[in-house]
Design a protein around this ligand. Structure first.
Ligand code: ATP
Ligand code: MG
Length: 254
């Protein structure tokens, strides 16, 4: 039986989609069978980041409404064995015509076929986020180490816990040692305190994340940077392994 993990944030642009792509590929490298669901209707971006935009035909709304099977809609990644992507509906009509009470059923089906299901949610507290997150087994809140982003992380984290989701942790993204040292950025401990969430991992600022996302390239295959290692560490922790916080990772000094 697979595990469903929703990836959420309070503020937008914190690195959820990059996190989903990086961690999913790392899980596949560890032998897991992974489904990535893009829950960001209208603004979907996982297919671009993974270089699959010309291959995506059906969305999760098509599966829910019975127009196609999960297997037909979940597109196989061209390079990464064991990775499939199920995209979000693009048009407002497709989004609105989808019976969202069936999202738990969709996730139950996904759990039967995959060992990990990562849901790339839109930012904020909308019903599209809550429908997926509250039907998940756990959630990861991605935040940058900025006060505004951390406040958003605290609010979405709290809401999910209040609604009954027990396992909610934070991943602090785009961390730079140089800025922490000069006091220009919040440190890791302070970030955890501000968000009030237990830490899942830290991802350094790494220009390869931006380049690979723009080119639709798999980070693991094209980068020797530290974000790649950080995503792999997080994948191992999700599988229950004990991995030191910055094992093999150096934070950028700039
Ligand atoms: N660790 C990182 N180092 C450098 N750049 C990063 C890192 N993580 C994400 N980025 C960049 O930040 C931008 C936003 O990332 P991403 O699209 O993953 O965020 P998001 O939370 O999914 O955004 P949205 O809320 O709009 O869905 C992208 O340009 C991405 O390449
Ligand atoms: Mg996104």
């Amino acid at each position: 039986m697979g595990q469903v993990i929703s990836v959420v944030s309070g503020k937008g642009g914190t690195g959820k989609t990059s996190f989903c792509a990086g961690v999913a590929v790392a899980l596949c490298a560890l032998g897991e069978k992974v489904l990535l669901i893009d829950a960001d209707s209208g603004l979907r971006s996982l297919d671009i980041v993974l270089g699959m935009s010309d291959r995506v035909l059906f969305s999760y709304a098509d599966v829910i409404s019975g127009r196609c099977s999960l297997k037909e809609a979940a597109v196989k990644h061209q390079v990464v064995k064991n990775l499939r992507v199920l995209t979000a509906p693009v048009t407002l009509e497709a989004y609105e015509s989808c019976d969202r009470t069936k999202i738990p059923e969709l996730l139950a089906l996904a759990r039967e076929h995959f060992t990990y299901v990562l849901v790339d949610c839109p930012a904020g507290f909308g019903s599209d986020v809550m429908d997926f997150a509250l039907a998940s087994d756990r959630a990861v809140v991605v935040s940058t180490p900025d006060h505004t982003s951390l406040r958003g992380a605290q609010r979405i984290g709290n809401s999910l816990v209040k609604e009954g989701l027990e396992n909610v942790r934070i991943a602090v993204n785009r961390v730079r040692a140089g800025m922490i040292n000069t006091g220009d950025s919040v440190g890791i401990d302070a970030a955890m305190d501000a968000a009030g969430l237990a830490l899942l991992g830290v991802i350094p600022e790494d220009k390869d994340v931006i380049a690979c996302g723009n080119l639709g390239r798999v980070l693991v295959l094209f980068s020797r940077g530290y974000a790649r290692v950080a995503y792999a560490n997080i994948a191992r922790r999700l599988r229950g392994e004990r991995v030191r916080l910055l094992e093999g990772v150096k934070l950028s000094r700039k």
